[in-house]
Design a protein around this ligand. Structure first.
Ligand SMILES: Nc1ccn([C@@H]2O[C@H](COP(=O)(O)OP(=O)(O)OP(=O)(O)O)[C@@H](O)[C@H]2O)c(=O)n1
Ligand SMILES: C[C@](O)(CO)[C@H](O)COP(=O)(O)O
Length: 231
């Protein structure tokens, strides 16, 4: 299975002076933790890292210290996640019929989750990892007034991995470019094109490290995992 890792953001909400994926967590960069999960996955055989060329040197240093065994390709990132994934799709080898897309910023996803999604995409054309929403969600207008309270039983928080049939996802991205659609995940393109996307149970710990508090939580989760390995 081919895996694309969008890693070309700047981490504005993290408030750091560099791409947050290069920040350190338990002595490894965030992107390194994501790559280690890909390395440990039984299903993934090829990895494309989509990153800004200005970060390539740092990423190559991480790659050198990790000694990974799977083929890895660096791909030029875009100005949005959507554009980065588009670039990644163009760079996939012809042999890639399905693709897994996993945010570099979700560096706590387990190899088991990657494998579960990779296995499941052989039986459908689009899926995403997601978890049931725990809070009550309010739809609010621009004046800060609540408009409605959707039934929580129908609400799931989208994560990555997301996995798709490559040809169909490429076509959805082309339609989006023609129509000027801007979306925050690939499933939204599938949905807008009238294609079905299945939910695969994600992981509560599969956080997208977005703000400084996420870093602190991730530090704790990793510490627990490392302790469990050594005891
Ligand atoms: N132009 C972009 C923007 C984002 N991403 C990637 O998409 C994932 C999810 O994005 P997010 O967590 O929002 O990362 P940033 O864009 O870096 O964060 P922010 O929005 O706070 O700047 C991350 O792995 C990020 O590196 C990307 O590949 N290309
Ligand atoms: C794809 C994603 O991780 C699903 O939760 C998310 O939408 C990407 O995050 P962004 O911050 O909106 O780029």
């Amino acid at each position: 299975m081919h895996l694309l890792i969008p890693a070309a953001g700047i981490g504005r909400r993290m408030g750091s002076d560099r791409n947050k994926l290069l920040l350190s967590l338990q002595s490894q960069s965030l992107i390194s933790w994501t790559l280690l999960a890909a390395e440990a996955s039984h299903q993934i055989s090829w990895v494309g890292i989509i990153a800004q060329p200005s970060d390539w040197l740092d990423i190559k240093e991480d790659l050198a210290s990790l000694s990974l065994t799977k083929p890895i390709q660096l791909i030029v990132g875009g100005t949005t996640r959507q554009e980065s994934v588009y670039n990644g799709l163009q760079a996939l080898p012809n042999a890639a019929k399905q693709v897994l897309i996993h945010d570099g910023a979700r560096c706590l996803a387990t190899p088991k989750l990657l494998d579960r999604c990779a296995e499941e995409i052989r039986h459908c054309s689009g899926l995403i990892a997601a978890v049931p929403v725990k809070d009550t969600i309010k739809v609010v207008d621009t004046a800060g007034m609540i408009q409605s309270t959707p039934d929580r039983r129908n609400l799931w928080a989208a994560q990555t991995p997301q996995a798709f049939d490559v040809e169909q996802l490429k076509q959805c991205h082309e339609v989006a470019r023609r129509q000027g659609w801007e979306v925050t995940d690939d499933a939204a393109l599938f949905e807008r094109c009238g294609l079905t996307v299945k939910i695969v149970e994600g992981e509560e710990t599969n956080l997208k490290l977005t703000t400084p508090v996420d870093l602190a939580i991730a530090e704790f989760i990793l510490q627990q995992r490392l302790q469990n390995v050594t005891t």
